[in-house]
Design a protein around this ligand. Sequence first.
Ligand code: SF4
Length: 93
Amino acid sequence: MATAVSTEVRWQVRAACRGRHASVFFPPSSTERSDVRADREQRAKAVCARCPVRRPCLDFAVRTCEAHGIWGGLTELERHAGPGKPPGLLQDV
Ligand code: SF4
């Protein structure tokens, strides 16, 4: 019988970020300059852009209210964009 955990494991083993350093996908615990953050987020998004499990990754992050990091190619601010968000933000994934 499939469980929620086994479903999560199935997509995670195909993740393009698997084995990469988490510091690309998550901000440091200390302050991060805006230009450094923009560069880091672009590098993470480039990995996500070629990831075969981008949609389930994003669905997981939204469903579990992940507060930090790049998931499914979106930053925390982009994931939590409410009404009035840029058109197609989530539809393009
Ligand atoms: S979409 Fe990005 S963060 Fe999600 S599994 Fe793929 S590479 Fe990792």
